[in-house]
Design a protein around this ligand. Structure first.
Ligand code: ZN
Ligand code: FE
Length: 254
């Protein structure tokens, strides 16, 4: 059976991603245990591995309780703050899992945290809190230069890549992005779709890299419209993508 990817909502806004083939399942970023454990039970799925993008509690808080019931490998950053990781991986590393059949490449994406990872294959990107739909993570432990370089790693991935990020932030992100680019028609269209989805209580993910490239200001720091907006906000910013990124990020942090 081909891979199915489902979101298990936990905490206020987090999604634990469940990647499964109908019988075996990999969980991503279990910030809580009860909901993903119930998901496994309700769907008759056997847990075979856990992936972790970064150390924040809302992505790791469920690990101990899940691991107490399921002794499975945990793939994640080499970082002493995530002591449950059994299979540390870094830039260019591969995650090979038999069931469900998964072969993912690791990207190191410092910015939100120093050791944040993203995982991808030709069709999927698990982006944690580095890239959100129409937004990106706050710079808790990194610089605009680092985050710009982390997001630039996505330039190699195809437009059709589907994006599975860590939080349901898309609606708020659209509202902010419209301040930066009020005339961006792709963004206006995405905002309308996202508003309708949220009114119906539905998830806005996955998005695609094409949608993000068209509407996410943090992936558009080389576009004249975004450069112009950054320079209006902070005169003298210039055109350097990391400088533009820094202005947009500070603007959003308000
Ligand atoms: Zn985080
Ligand atoms: Fe988070």
């Amino acid at each position: 059976m081909p891979l199915t990817i489902e979101a298990v909502p936990v905490l206020e806004t987090n999604y634990v991603w469940a990647l499964h083939d109908g019988s075996r399942c990999v969980l991503v970023d279990p910030g809580s245990a009860a909901e993903p454990l119930a998901f496994l039970g309700d769907n008759g799925l056997e847990l075979t591995a856990i992936l972790v993008t970064h150390h924040h509690r809302d992505h790791t808080g469920g690990l101990d309780e899940i691991l107490a019931r399921h002794e499975v490998p945990v793939w994640g950053p080499r970082d002493e703050r995530i002591e449950q990781v059994t299979h540390p991986v870094g830039e260019g590393g591969r995650i090979e899992i038999d069931q469900p059949s998964l072969s993912l490449t690791v990207l190191e994406t410092p910015g939100h945290t120093t050791s944040h990872l993203m995982f991808h294959d030709d069709h999927h990107l698990i982006s944690g809190d580095t890239l959100f739909s129409i937004g990106c993570g706050r710079l808790f432990e990194g610089t605009p230069e680092q985050m710009q370089a982390s997001l630039d790693k996505l330039s190699r991935l195809p437009d059709e890549t589907r994006i599975y990020c860590g939080h349901e932030y898309t609606l708020d992100n659209c509202r902010f992005a419209l301040q930066v680019e009020p005339d961006n028609t792709a963004l206006q269209a995405r905002f309308e779709r996202v508003q309708r989805l949220r009114e119906d209580g539905r998830i806005t993910l996955p998005s695609t890299l094409a949608e993000e490239r068209a509407a996410n200001p943090f992936l558009r720091t080389r576009k004249p419209e975004v450069i112009e907006a950054a320079n209006q906000r902070e005169p003298g910013t210039g055109k350097d993508p990391a400088a533009v990124f820094g202005v947009i990020r500070r603007w959003k942090d308000g």
